[in-house]
Design a protein around this ligand. Structure first.
Ligand code: C5P
Length: 210
């Protein structure tokens, strides 16, 4: 299969030196890319700014902003059989990007934000027979919030991720997730390495494809 994976955060600049971002380390998405590669798939990894080494043998497209990630995903989606959106795409960005560094003395009292277009939602008409998997990082109402995203983004599965835990989720090597498929029972997995979560996810995609 050709598998397109996104990983890491995006950065939304306020001025040339300051940005809004989030705690995503990219570890989960990189683990998915590695697992897919190890299981014999062709992988394109669209990566936000992270400090991880990409595995040999895959194409890496490096992006910074959500808009760049959207362009890279749109360029790759037609050629993929499965898309795994593990990236923590910014939900908002500054409405205005200043061309020069803002002076401390003239700092704006407020920062106007605008919503970032949803990459997955924008792909609905191009989904066809492709398998789309999303991730939902939540701190409360995990399963309800994840299910709402599964439906609104027209996904085949969402991986629900409780990021309020300190032993799993953001930045660490382990994850405790629930696989929620569009059809079928939710599967709560015990705490395990992100590599093991990734292998299970790739196997789920393979089984779904058959
Ligand atoms: O940010 P949110 O919780 O809605 O993210 C859920 C899923 O949607 C993730 O898989 C994420 O990569 C994707 N997403 C997206 N475009 C955005 C925000 C999130 O495709 N602008």
């Amino acid at each position: 299969m050709n598998i397109l994976v996104t990983a890491g955060p995006t950065r939304e600049f306020i001025d040339p030196v300051r940005f809004i971002s989030n705690r995503s380390s990219g570890k989960m998405g990189y683990a998915v890319a590695r697992a897919a590669l190890m299981r014999g798939h062709k992988v394109v990894l669209v990566s936000g700014p992270v400090s991880l080494q990409a595995p040999d043998g895959l194409a890496v497209v490096r992006v910074v902003s959500a808009a760049e990630m959207q362009s890279a995903v749109e360029a790759g989606v037609d050629g993929c059989d499965a898309l795994v959106m593990a990236a923590a795409v910014s939900d908002w960005r500054p409405a205005r990007v200043h061309a020069n560094k803002l002076k401390k003395r003239s700092a704006p009292a407020t920062l106007d934000l605008e919503p970032v277009p949803d990459i997955l939602m924008g792909l609905a008409s191009r989904k066809g027979g492709r398998i789309f998997v999303g991730f939902a990082a939540e701190t409360e109402n995990l399963l309800d919030e994840a299910r709402a995203k599964l439906n609104s983004k027209n996904l085949d599965m969402i991986v629900a991720n409780d990021v309020s835990r300190t032993d799993a989720g953001f930045e660490v090597d382990n994850n405790a997730v629930t696989f929620i498929p569009a059809h079928g029972e939710a599967m709560a997995l015990p705490l395990m390495s992100k590599d093991d979560v990734a292998e299970r996810l790739v196997k789920w995609i393979e089984a779904r494809r058959k």
